[in-house]
Design a binder for this molecule. Structure first.
Ligand code: T3D
Length: 266
């Protein structure tokens, strides 16, 4: 297995724990509440792609340093107001696609503000843990924009059209507790325990069969974007891969031998 090297980034931090198989990408511009400008996006696409390619990483976490997850577009970066169409396609889309189509689960660990296109990054992850002080803020209307980064699709899928439109139009700061009730996150934890709790959950998931996690994610993405028949067909294709895997054989053997299976991702 080729070893993935990680460069010394300036605006993000990437850590990999080879023992637990958990990787983490931290947006690290706390003085701007991790607002996203072009330089950090260039590092993020590299970091996300390396974590996705790293077979040592079975579960990846996306989080922010300091008191916030992300305040959305960096409003001090002029790209936020000029050349926005190209910027969205060229700089944001490759990262969001790399997370959405990743061959492993991504968990967003959200503290404090999670605004604008930053909310698309959190929602696009497969699982989300929020701290008690966190909130999702569709800040777009406040600066005369529409949601982007796929936020309308992500919101409509999670909430339905009317609730989604309401929080976009009003710019409500949706509390972590409400996000939990509305299905925008999986867990709410005490603020000072966010990273510990997310890491513990990631470590637990990383012990499960990687191919199963990968292909169940694929099936869920298919399910939210297509009809029953298409989803059924996709499940059949994915089941063929999983049922032929070493890990599936090992799990059945372990069940018969009354022991815990050991998965290798093949
Ligand atoms: O990339 C693209 O261009 C794609 C397009 C995407 C569209 C969007 O994402 S639209 C949404 C853009 N974001 C916003 O409109 C949010 C702007 N920020 C705020 O409204 C407030 O800062 C918050 C509600 C998020 C947090 O308020 P608060 O009181 O907790 O913190 P603060 O004091 O306002 O902010 C702390 C610092 O972060 C401050 O810097 P300073 O004065 O201490 O030097 C502030 O300027 C900075 N900061 C906050 N948000 C941004 C930011 N700097 C750059 N860009 C930001 N978005």
């Amino acid at each position: 297995m080729p070893k993935i090297e990680y460069p010394n980034y300036e605006l993000i931090e990437v850590e990999v724990d080879a023992d637990t198989h958990v990787g983490q990408l931290t947006m690290n511009v706390p003085k701007k509440l991790n607002a996203l400008g072009v330089p950090i996006l260039h590092e993020m696409v590299d970091g996300v792609n390396r974590l996705n390619a790293d077979r040592n990483v079975r579960v990846a976490i996306l989080t922010g340093a300091g008191r916030a997850f992300c305040a959305g577009a960096d409003l001090t970066d002029s790209t936020a107001t000029t050349g926005l169409n190209e910027h969205l396609q060229q700089d944001h889309r490759p990262i969001l696609d790399a997370i959405g189509k990743a061959p492993k689960p991504w968990i967003s660990a959200v503290k404090g503000v999670c605004a604008g296109i930053g909310s698309a990054y959190a929602m696009n992850c497969d699982l989300t843990v929020m701290s008690e002080d966190a909130y999702i803020y569709q800040a777009f209307a406040g600066i005369g924009l529409v949601p982007d980064g796929g936020a309308t699709w992500l919101l409509a899928n999670a909430l339905g059209r009317k609730r989604a439109y309401e929080i976009i139009a009003t710019g409500e700061k949706v509390s972590a507790q409400k996000c939990l009730e509305w299905g925008l996150c999986n867990r709410v934890v005490p603020t000072d325990a966010l990273h510990k709790e997310t890491r513990a959950w990631a470590e637990e998931l990383a012990q499960r069969a990687p191919l199963s996690l990968r292909h169940a994610k694929d099936a869920m993405r298919t399910a939210t974007a297509s009809d029953y028949g298409t989803t059924f067909d996709r499940e059949v294709e994915l089941q063929k891969i999983c049922s032929a895997s070493e890990d599936s054989q090992e799990a059945i053997k372990a069940f018969r031998e009354k022991r815990t299976p050991t998965f290798n991702g093949r």
